[in-house]
Design a binder for this molecule. Structure first.
Ligand code: G
Ligand code: G
Ligand code: MN
Length: 399
C-alpha cells in the first residue's frame, strides 16, 4: 500500500472524539489523507461519489444510523476497505461485532477501545503501514490421492518434525510438538494440510499417527539418554477418539520404548470435543487415568468457553495462532486472550500460546502471564537431526 495515497475516513457522532482521533492520526501518520464524518449517512453519501478509502474507522454507538447498520450498508455495497471498530462498548459486544463483520465478509482490521490512547493509534498505523508477514514457504499443495498416501506409508515418506515449546517463567525448553511431513518423490516436501485430510478420508490416519509417534518416541528415547528432560505433544485426529482400544495401544507403544506416559501430551482440537459422545469421553478419561496429558488444540477458533471445556479432562489449552495474532492488533481480542488466561489460572490449566512470530508477540503473552509459547520467533519445526544442537544453542543463549 503506498502511504502517500492512503485515504482514511472516520465516522463518529462526537466532535470531541473526532478531534482527538484526527489529531493522533495526523501525528502518527502525517501522510494519510484524513476525512471525518459525523454520521453514517454522510459517509455513505461520500462513498457513492468517490473511490472507497483504504481504511474506515467506525464508531458503534451513534445517534441516527448506528455502526452496525452502517456495516450492513457497507456490506451491501461490497465495500473492500479495511475497517476498524472504535468504541466504548463492552468487549463481548466488540467481539460479536467482529463475528458479524466476518459473516458479512467485511475486512475487519481490528478494534480500538475508547477512550482512545496514543498506543492504540500507534499500533494501528504500524499495522496498516507494515505489509502482513507471510509464513515461510507454505506451498499450497493439492491433496495426496489414495494411491499416493498408501505409497507414502509403505515407502516411509512420512517423517516427524519438532517445534520447541518454551516455558515463559524461566525460558526453559519444555518439549516439542511433533508435526508430520511427507517427502514426496516428485512433489517434494508436502505439508500436512495436503495429506492429513486424505489419510482421514481413506481410514489410514490411525496407521500414520502410530508410525509417526513411533519415530518420535525413538527420537525421544535418544534425547532422554543424552540427559535432556523433554516432553512431546502429538496431534490426535478426532477419528482416533472413536476407537475404544486407543489407550491400550498407546500404552503398549510407550512401554516398548520405556517412555513414561506423563511425557506425552495428546492434542485434540476444540471442535472434535464439541458435543462429546460417550466413546470419546470414555477414551479421554482413561488416557488421563493412565497419566497422559491432554491438550485442547486451536482454542479460539470456535465458540467454546473454558468453563464448558473444564468438564472435560484437559490440563492444557493451546491458544490458536490466528487468535494470538489478532490479539496483537485488536484490543477486544487481546482482552479476550487475557480473560482466557485468567480463567485458565483459576481452573488450574496450563496455557500455551501458538504462532508467536515476533518479539511483540512474545512480550504480549509474557506480560499477560501466559505459561508457555511456541512459534517461529523461537524456532520453526525442525528435523530430528537438528534438535540436539538447537537445544544446546537455546540453553547457552536464553537460559
Ligand atoms: O505442521 P503444520 O506446520 O503445517 O501443520 C498443519 C496442521 O496439520 C496443524 O493443524 C497440525 O495440527 C496438523 N498436523 C500436523 N501433523 C499432524 C499429525 O501427525 N496428525 C494430525 N492429526 N494432524 C497433524
Ligand atoms: O496443531 P496446530 O494446528 O496447532 O499446528 C501448529 C501449526 O502452526 C503448524 O502448521 C505449524 O507449522 C504452524 N506454526 C508454528 N509456529 C508458527 C508461527 O509462528 N506462525 C505461523 N503462522 N504458523 C506457525
Ligand atoms: Mn497442535
Amino acid at each position: 500500500m503506498r502511504q502517500a495515497e492512503l485515504q482514511c475516513w472516520l465516522v463518529d457522532d462526537s466532535p470531541t472524539v473526532r478531534q482527538v482521533l484526527l489529531h493522533l492520526l495526523h501525528e502518527q501518520a502525517p501522510t494519510w489523507q484524513l476525512h471525518e464524518f459525523a454520521s453514517g449517512a454522510d459517509l455513505l453519501r461520500q462513498l457513492s461519489n468517490s473511490r472507497a478509502p483504504e481504511l474506515i474507522l467506525i464508531d458503534l454507538n451513534m445517534a441516527g444510523m448506528d455502526g452496525i447498520e452502517l456495516l450492513r450498508h457497507l456490506a451491501a455495497r461490497s465495500c473492500n476497505s479495511q475497517l476498524v471498530i472504535c468504541s466504548g462498548a463492552p468487549v463481548r459486544v466488540l467481539q460479536s461485532v467482529g463475528e458479524l463483520c466476518r459473516a458479512l465478509q467485511l475486512k475487519l482490521l481490528g478494534t480500538i477501545l475508547k477512550p482512545v490512547t496514543i498506543q492504540a493509534v500507534t499500533d494501528l498505523v504500524r499495522l496498516v503501514e507494515q505489509p502482513q508477514r507471510t509464513e515461510p514457504h507454505k506451498p499450497v499443495t493439492a491433496p495426496l490421492q489414495v494411491h499416493e498416501v498408501l505409497r507414502a506409508l509403505q515407502q516411509h515418506q512420512f517423517y516427524p518434525v519438532y517445534q520447541p515449546i518454551i516455558d515463559l517463567r524461566n525460558n526453559s525448553l519444555r518439549g516439542f510438538e511433533v508435526l508430520s511431513r511427507c517427502s514426496h518423490p516428485s512433489r517434494g516436501l508436502v505439508p500436512p494440510d495436503a495429506f492429513i485430510g486424505s489419510l482421514e478420508k481413506y481410514g489410514l490416519i490411525q496407521l500414520h499417527t502410530f508410525d509417526n509417534l513411533e519415530m518420535a518416541l525413538r527420537d525421544l528415547q535418544g534425547w532422554l539418554e543424552q540427559g535432556l528432560d523433554l516432553e512431546l505433544s502429538v496431534n490426535l485426529s478426532p477419528q482416533l477418539l472413536d476407537d475404544l482400544t486407543l489407550p491400550e495401544q498407546l500404552c503398549q507403544l510407550l512401554d516398548s520404548y520405556q517412555i513414561p506416559y506423563t511425557r506425552l501430551h495428546l492434542e485434540v482440537t476444540e471442535s472434535s470435543c464439541a458435543g462429546t459422545v460417550a466413546t470419546r469421553l470414555d477414551i479421554l478419561n482413561r488416557l488421563v487415568l493412565r497419566g497422559f496429558h491432554l491438550s485442547i488444540d486451536d482454542f479460539g477458533t470456535s465458540f467454546s468457553s473454558l468453563e464448558r471445556l473444564q468438564e472435560l479432562p484437559f490440563d492444557t489449552v493451546k491458544l490458536d495462532k490466528g487468535y494470538i495474532q489478532r490479539a496483537l492488533t485488536d484490543e477486544a481480542c487481546r482482552a479476550s486472550v487475557e480473560s482466557t488466561l485468567m480463567m485458565a489460572r483459576r481452573l488450574d490449566m496450563r496455557i500455551v500460546a501458538e504462532g508467536i512470530e515476533t518479539l511483540a508477540g512474545w512480550n504480549m503473552i509474557h506480560n499477560a502471564g501466559c505459561d508457555m509459547c511456541q512459534g517461529y520467533y523461537v524456532a520453526a519445526p525442525m528435523q530430528a537431526a537438528q534438535v540436539l544442537s538447537w537445544c544446546q544453542q537455546w540453553q547457552q543463549h536464553y537460559h
